[in-house]
Design a protein around this ligand. Structure first.
Ligand SMILES: Cc1cc2nc3c(=O)[nH]c(=O)nc-3n(C[C@H](O)[C@H](O)[C@H](O)COP(=O)(O)OP(=O)(O)OC[C@H]3O[C@@H](n4cnc5c(N)ncnc54)[C@H](O)[C@@H]3O)c2cc1C
Length: 374
């Protein structure tokens, strides 16, 4: 079916935090926006669900009333090595907990309220630029827009050239919601062989338990998640306690595979990228969601200038790419190298022992991966 009667100002691929926030900001400025999301809200997503307080004001500016949700505010971090050696530190800025099930749904409803055309259950297939107009194809329809922005997350769609990441560079993410008794102001990060697992409180008196490990770790356990958890994660006494003494609320975990932290580009295949599509930060920093939202704020400013005929499309792409690099390149690089200290029995243990003696260094490292309030 051809639906070419409307020329949208902007089409957005993927309704996670980056895409939904961009759609809301453009709609707030009176632009006509269409967003494609392959799933249907509300739905669960692999994510540690700890959001740095950097983005608190921003989310309120989109029209959410976070204060009314009585969310847990997190001001302390505990990190353990595989053998249970643990260090504790206050967090300078800290964060708050909210499930993606709730947060993405709140943003989806806000976008609809502001007149964004949100097509759920709709998979974007491709966009071809012809005479300054994009012809966009989904599995069931075609659309036209002046710009296409890609916020489809960590996994590149088939039309984006992908570096052949080796199995070594590939990760899986696994998430559960549980009932347990961790204080609401603490986030815990527990190491295990070839991975790490975060636990912290979210909304609805629930806790999120989410881990990242290598694809190889799972393959070595015949792709059996339960077996891998019992053999590997249980070696950390904190994780064994969570797995054996908590109430698990999902029948099966939410899982994402094929994650890699390869360098990406802010403009690719004619599409302007934001959020994880432009570059994903290692999750140990608990910062990917704030980066996704800040990238949408930066992009929204440049897109508005373009749509108001104040800059050309080339200027939009150049200015946005430069600002993206200035804001995020270093944070992503530091987190990538930090990730290599995690999930290794002795390296992690000795790094934690060192940081235990130099608490200011620990705080400094955390601050290098975080940004300022926006
Ligand atoms: C294990 C793990 C733990 C993490 N923990 C944290 C944490 O505690 N704190 C934090 O800040 N960050 C964390 N992150 C990172 C964070 O989840 C991401 O950075 C953030 O979700 C990025 O948002 P996004 O909008 O770019 O992508 P996403 O939230 O992934 O959204 C992308 C959307 O695009 C849709 N989509 C994809 N392809 C198509 C298509 N072809 N057509 C239509 N729709 C499509 C998807 O369904 C999805 O809804 C974690 C990541 C992992 C892997």
């Amino acid at each position: 079916m051809n639906n070419q009667s409307v020329l949208y100002d902007c089409a957005i691929i993927g309704g996670g935090l980056a895409g939904l926030s961009l759609s809301i900001q453009l709609a707030q400025k009176g632009h006509q926006v269409i967003l494609f999301e392959k799933n249907k809200y509300p739905f669960h997503k692999v994510c540690g669900e700890y959001i740095s307080l950097e983005s608190w004001d921003f989310l309120n500016s989109l029209g959410l009333s976070l204060k009314q949700l009585s969310l847990p505010i997190i001001d302390t971090i505990h990190v353990s090595a595989q053998n249970g050696f643990i260090i504790k530190s206050p967090l300078d800025l800290g964060g708050f907990g909210i499930s993606r099930f709730s947060l993405d749904d709140l943003l989806f409803n806000k976008a609809k309220e502001l007149g964004v055309t949100v097509l759920v259950g709709t998979k974007f297939l491709d966009a071809i630029l012809q005479d300054d107009i994009y012809n966009i194809t989904t599995q069931s329809n075609t659309y036209q827009a002046k710009l296409v922005c890609g916020s489809f997350g960590k996994i590149n769609p088939p039309f984006i050239a992908q570096k052949n990441a080796t199995e070594k560079g590939k990760y899986i993410g696994v998430k559960y919601h549980i009932k347990t008794d961790l204080p609401a102001n603490i986030i815990e990060l527990h190491n295990f062989k070839n991975g790490y697992c975060g636990v912290s409180k979210v909304d609805n008196e629930t806790f999120c338990l989410c881990y990242l490990t290598t694809t190889k770790n799972l393959r070595l356990h015949q792709n059996d998640i339960k077996r891998m958890e019992e053999n590997i994660l249980y070696q950390n006494p904190y994780l064994k306690k969570y797995f054996t003494e908590s109430t698990f609320l999902f029948e099966k975990p939410v899982v994402i595979s094929q994650i890699s932290f390869e360098k990406k580009q802010a403009y690719n295949h004619g599409i302007i990228m934001l959020g994880d599509s432009a570059g994903a930060i290692a999750p140990l920093c608990g910062n990917g969601m704030s980066i996704a939202m800040l990238s949408s704020k930066i992009l929204a400013n440049h897109v508005c200038l373009f749509l108001n005929d104040e800059i050309s499309k080339d200027e939009l792409i150049n200015n946005y790419s430069n600002e993206w690099n200035r804001n995020f390149s270093n944070r992503i690089k530091i987190a990538y190298y930090l990730q290599h200290l995690f999930g290794k029995r002795l390296t992690t243990l000795w790094s934690l022992k060192l940081l235990n003696h130099f608490p200011k260094l620990f705080k400094k490292i955390i601050s290098l991966t975080h940004g300022k309030k926006f």
